[in-house]
Design a protein around this ligand. Structure first.
Ligand code: ZN
Length: 333
């Protein structure tokens, strides 16, 4: 498996050396070539960059970023990018190896910089203050290093799904704007104007979600989803995460029969009327859970990816509105 992977990387590199290098073209009408690791981040970068950026998205709509495997073409595509936008916090465990293979000149932009990172599986955001502090620092060091030899990577307790709270996206937008201005200062005014307009929409979205959640009876503000992706949303809007059959990463091992039985009991005892499946994960397990617990399976939420163009989840703002309306409808019925 590893040998085949290495062969592909080497083949990709052989191709890349024959391609013209266009990265240093700095004419003002050339869009900045950037890479975004997944579809939601690509949309947010697009809101700031507009016509001045040409975005390549690695993990496309409805695809699962946790278990992604890059193609040789995608590895080659890194080499002429000026910026690589990533979440960090172990959301893209495959990116380090991709960068090691492609050795791009691009700057990596960890858009979660400055966001208060929560621990997975904790209901409250003050739980990460002590034990995980060193691990946070450790991870940041790893992202800044060009290379590191040990694969002794923590698949630790930090939750990467920061975008489920729109106020975190405001911080992501600040990071994205600063990075674009640094490589393309000629369009600083446009980037800052785009960022200000989008930030206004994010703050309006946040207030709208607050109002929507108020229509759910307080003791029904409880979520069961396929994997642990709504922690920041839950912290911000006052939901309790009852449980998830999969963990923070969908790539973790499958739940045991005992875990499933325990979750079914938790769903029954908390009295939630519905549980939720996700667009990036096969719904079979949640269908089975809903049937066994005697609750409704709500329409699929958009979690770690946009939906296809033309669906309600084809933008970040759209997917947040859809998810909120779906959660409200399911928990107030
Ligand atoms: Zn996830």
């Amino acid at each position: 498996m590893k040998r085949i992977g290495l062969a592909l990387f080497l083949a990709a590199m052989a191709v890349s050396f024959t391609l013209p290098q266009t990265r240093n073209v700095s004419a003002q009408d050339e869009p900045v070539r950037v890479v975004a690791t997944f579809s939601i981040l690509a949309d947010i970068v697009d809101q700031v960059g507009g016509d001045h950026v040409d975005i390549t998205t690695l993990v496309t709509p409805n695809m699962d970023a946790h278990s992604f495997e890059p193609s040789p073409d995608q590895i080659v595509g890194l080499t002429d990018a000026s910026l690589i936008f990533e979440i960090g916090i172990d959301f893209e465990p495959w990116l380090e190896r991709m960068v090691d293979a492609a050795r791009p000149d691009a700057d990596r932009v960890v858009v979660s910089e400055g966001v208060a990172v929560r621990s997975a599986g904790e209901d409250h955001d003050d739980a990460h203050d002590e034990d995980d502090h060193d691990e946070n620092e450790h991870e940041e060091e790893q992202h800044e290093e060009e290379e590191h030899d040990d694969d002794d990577h923590h698949h630790g307790p930090n939750d990467p799904h920061i975008w489920t709270n729109p106020l975190n996206v405001v911080i992501m937008v600040e990071n994205i704007t600063a990075a674009l201005v640094a490589v393309d200062p000629a369009h600083q005014a446009d980037y800052e104007a785009n960022a200000a307009a989008y930030t206004g929409e994010l703050e309006a979205l946040d207030q709208w979600i607050v109002e929507q959640v108020e229509t759910i009876p307080p003791d029904a503000r409880k979520l069961v989803t396929s994997h642990d992706t709504f922690g920041y949303f839950a912290d911000r809007y006052g939901f309790e995460i009852i449980g998830t059959p999969l963990g923070t990463s969908t790539a973790a091992s499958d739940p045991s029969a005992a875990d499933i039985a325990e979750l079914i009991e938790a769903i029954k005892s908390t009295g939630v009327p519905a549980i939720f499946t996700e667009n990036v994960i096969n719904p079979d397990l949640m269908e089975q859970l809903a049937e066994n617990a005697g609750v409704e399976l709500a329409p699929s939420l958009y979690t770690d990816a946009l939906g296809e163009p033309g669906t309600p989840g084809d933008s970040y703002l759209g997917l947040m509105r859809f998810n909120t309306e779906t959660i409200v409808a399911a928990l107030t019925s």
